[in-house]
Design a binder for this molecule. Structure first.
Ligand code: F6R
Length: 608
């Protein structure tokens, strides 16, 4: 989703800004733009499509400017176009870039029209530039004008702004949309994503909601919503060069799939003892608090929601407590009934997903016994807003389609189930088994990677179809849903997942000789039932691709049986995810899609 970078430096900032945009390309965008506050004039360049186009444009102008702002836009208000791309300006003086959504944009547009402002784009963002300009006529002070303008805005925003009259200065404001200040040597930065500047500084201050900042090359000052100077904690974020490059892989998604053994190791390291989870791995006091938990409410979006759905069985089996699961975008609109002793759990790779954060804020006002977050980004809003948390430690996930985020979330959820069960002294034998299974997971994933050639033998057939059906039962229905999501988002094949027992209640009508049916048949208590359901597919001449093991005895005339490594009960769902990720990746490669940045999608969805 949209990305912001701003810089004030003793060196020319053009390349810094373009590089920052490139490092945020993974978030998904449709246009890009930059404003360079040159000595003699202010230069604005915008282009539809890739940042490389903007870069070519900038190189052709050879600008030298010591401050500027830049943006990648993911369209919300107004189509992707050069006119709608940021930065937006007012009277060739104030220029801004904006992430988020201004909910009262109609009202502001009417006000500005009455004040004779000409609005040239369809965006809500342009209005911010005009508002600052309007208030600056009175205040004659850009910071005060920015502060006054934000009082009129309803919604979520992070803003970076420059004034043509003030070379070497960048202003910033944050409300419900991430923004941080980066501290360099003879240069300072504003960014919505630390990855944009992590190659040039490791020192950051995360702005809080209501904060403003002014940076120059020598100084970075932060103000709270009363205008008082404040100190925000310094964070150190180190990114190894390999974290943000593809290395020898063709795509980030491929790299991230094959990183999973190491990532799962990082999720469990330091959290498991010999036979059990360690105490307080979710933070001080968490083990005591978990003693009181009688039910859990999970809220998340997309892949993270699939992680919750998969993990539900662990909480029911190991903790013996019921779980409720909601789409974050639906949760607060249905006035959920919160019973006593309910724990609220959010799951998010980015920790910045607007729907999930809104749900979290809603939950804070309800009588939950606490809020736990499972998150991959330690500096995220979600991490800060939660009572207890565990980081998945998967490292930056750049590919838009989540892979390592999902499997590490599953590992973290199992750790949460173990922590609650341990606090409540339940099922020590199951806990021991689960801890052992978790430790064996990385090696089993390595074994699953060896199936790549077999998977490649079926990808032609899948990529030549426009539909695919995924089947599973129990936890493997949720894994099938995740497999279908992966396939659809990167290959644009319409893919649906069903619990195999539901087939006969409708979806069986889709089965003919052409549609590929992909089934997960691990050795579990439901395998016999699943195999009967697959016979229903065979009887209709369907093509079956079954991932199973020795107990899944099914003769396949059309399709293929792929033999999975023998897994433990607690790690099989994680391991069975791997071939589905490889399948989606290889099919998308055959179809030639832009699979790290699939069409219409963004990595971190910071609007509702
Ligand atoms: C799918 C995918 C999305 C995200 C969803 C939530 O591959 O990545 O469905 O899972 O947008 O994002 P987070 O986990 O960052 O809250």
């Amino acid at each position: 989703m949209c990305g912001i970078i701003g810089a004030a430096s003793s060196r020319s900032v053009g390349k810094i800004l373009i590089k920052g945009l490139q490092l945020m390309e993974y978030r998904g965008y449709d246009s890009a733009g930059v404003v360079l506050n040159k000595e003699e004039e202010i230069l604005r360049l915008r282009s539809l499509g890739k940042v490389s186009k903007l870069e070519d444009l900038m190189i052709s102008k050879k600008p030298r400017a010591l401050s500027g702002i830049a943006h990648t836009r993911w369209a919300t208000h107004g189509a992707p176009s050069e006119e709608n791309a940021h930065p937006h300006g007012s009277h060739d003086d104030i220029f801004i870039v904006h992430n988020g959504i201004i909910e009262n944009h109609e009202e502001i547009r009417d006000f500005l029209r009455k004040e004779s402002y000409e609005v040239t784009s369809e965006t809500d963002s342009e209005l911010i530039a005009h508002l600052i300009h309007f208030y600056n006529k009175d205040t004659k002070d850009t910071l005060k004008a920015l502060m006054r303008a934000t009082k009129d805005l309803k919604g979520a925003y992070s803003i970076a702004a420059v004034s043509q009259k003030e070379k070497g200065k960048v202003y910033a404001a944050r409300q419900k949309s991430p923004l941080l200040v980066g501290i360099g040597i003879e240069e300072n930065f504003i960014a919505s994503d630390p990855l944009a500047i992590v190659n040039i500084t490791e020192k950051f201050h995360m702005l809080e909601d209501g904060d403003f900042s002014v940076i120059t090359k020598d100084d970075a000052v932060i103000f709270d919503n009363t205008g008082a100077k404040v100190d925000r904690d310094e964070l150190k974020i180190e990114a190894t060069a390999t974290a943000t490059t593809k290395g020898d892989y063709k795509h980030f998604m491929e790299k991230e799939i094959y990183e999973q053994p190491e990532c799962i190791g990082n999720t469990i390291n330091g959290r498991l003892g010999e036979n059990d989870v360690l105490d307080n791995v979710f933070g001080l006091g968490s083990s005591d608090a978990f003693r009181e938990v009688k039910r859990i409410h999970f809220v998340a979006c997309g892949t993270s929601l699939h992680a919750a759905k998969t993990a539900r069985k662990w909480f029911e089996d190991i903790c013996e407590i019921p779980c409720y699961i909601d789409f974050a975008s639906e949760y607060r609109y249905r006035n959920p009934i919160v019973e006593n002793n309910t724990l609220f759990v959010t799951i998010s790779q980015s920790g910045e997903t607007a729907d999930t954060l809104a749900a979290l804020n809603y939950a804070k006002e309800e009588k939950y016994i606490g809020i736990v977050s499972i998150c991959n980004v330690p500096t995220s809003t979600m991490a800060r807003e939660s009572d207890w948390k565990v980081f998945t430690n998967a490292g930056p996930e750049i590919g838009v389609a989540s892979t390592k985020a999902f499997t590490t979330q599953l590992a973290a959820l199992l750790i949460l189930a173990l922590s609650i069960a341990k606090s409540q002294e339940k099922n020590p034998e199951k806990r021991k088994q689960a801890a052992q299974d978790l430790r064996e997971t990385p090696a089993l994933i390595e074994k699953a990677f060896k199936l790549k050639d077999e998977i490649n033998s079926i990808t032609n057939n899948i990529s030549s179809n426009d539909n695919a059906l995924f089947l599973g039962r129990g936890m493997y229905f949720s894994i099938a849903q995740e497999g279908a999501l992966k396939l659809k988002e990167i290959s644009y094949i319409h893919a649906e997942a069903y619990p195999a027992g539901e087939l006969k209640h409708g979806p069986l009508a889709l089965v003919d000789e052409t549609i590929p049916v992909i089934a997960l048949a691990p050795e579990d208590s439901l395998v016999e039932k699943l195999l009967s359901n697959l016979e229903e597919v065979k009887a209709r001449g369907g093509t079956l691709y079954v991932f199973g093991n020795s107990s899944s005895t099914i003769e396949i005339k059309k399709g293929k049986f792929i033999n999975m490594p023998e897994c433990g009960d607690f790690n099989a769902p994680i391991v069975y995810t791997i071939p589905l990720q490889i399948l989606a990746y290889e099919v998308a490669c055959l179809r030639g899609t832009d699979l790290d940045q699939p069409r219409n999608l963004a990595k971190s969805v910071t609007v509702e």
